[in-house]
Design a protein around this ligand. Sequence first.
Ligand code: ADP
Ligand code: MG
Length: 238
Amino acid sequence: MLNVSHLTKKYHRFVANDNLSFMVSDGETAVIAGPNGAGKSTAIKCIAGLLRFEGEIELCGFNNKSIEAKKVLGYVPEIPAPFDLLTVWEHMEFIARAYSLENWESRAEELMRRLELTDKRDKLGKELSKGMQQKISICCALLIEPKVVLFDEPLVGLDPHAIKELKAMLAEMKKKGTTIIISTHMLESVEDIWDKVFIMMNGRIEAERTRKFVEESGENLEELFFNITEGGSGAEVP
Ligand code: ADP
Ligand code: MG
């Protein structure tokens, strides 16, 4: 479970997240949608405990800066940052040791197989393409079997097989009760997986919808998205 309460993040005087409050339950997949510059990555980094912020964030009832919260959190950043001099397999080993995982090897092999990294097992981080680096990030985040997992623009740069496989993994995690948060600037890329969507613009959540509400009301989500985001002054190229 994720609980974000009055999250405000300023970069000097610039307000990148303006008083965000939202909740994502166990087994729920939430999408943070919004154009470039809306504040999605900032919110995700705050949730991951990587930035200082005002407000309160809890993961499974624990303050997000606590060790208990870190143990249950998986984070796939927008820009992968593997270790240059560790091999793919050594990344798995590093995470397993850092999180004191037991009997992790077969799970690591399975993740690598599904994301087609098996034959890259002994390649160094710096020798991999951006897409492959992204796949390592996903393997590392999922190896710990997180209870809450954050994906920042996960589908950008992945090949079609990996996208299909990642979506299957998301469905499996959801069944197990994992809380899933995905940011995207392309609403249509996640249309088959979301339960709840937050539309962000200029650092604020301008609309929040559940799938149930949209299905029952017949509201056109894409239209809502463009009504909120079109012509906004906060949009910029990353
Ligand atoms: P998104 O992920 O939705 O594209 P970001 O959270 O990356 O948006 O950025 C939100 C706003 O905060 C943008 O205007 C961006 O320029 C600004 N910003 C992001 N990171 C920094 C930083 N480290 N220092 C100053 N401004 C930043
Ligand atoms: Mg971003």
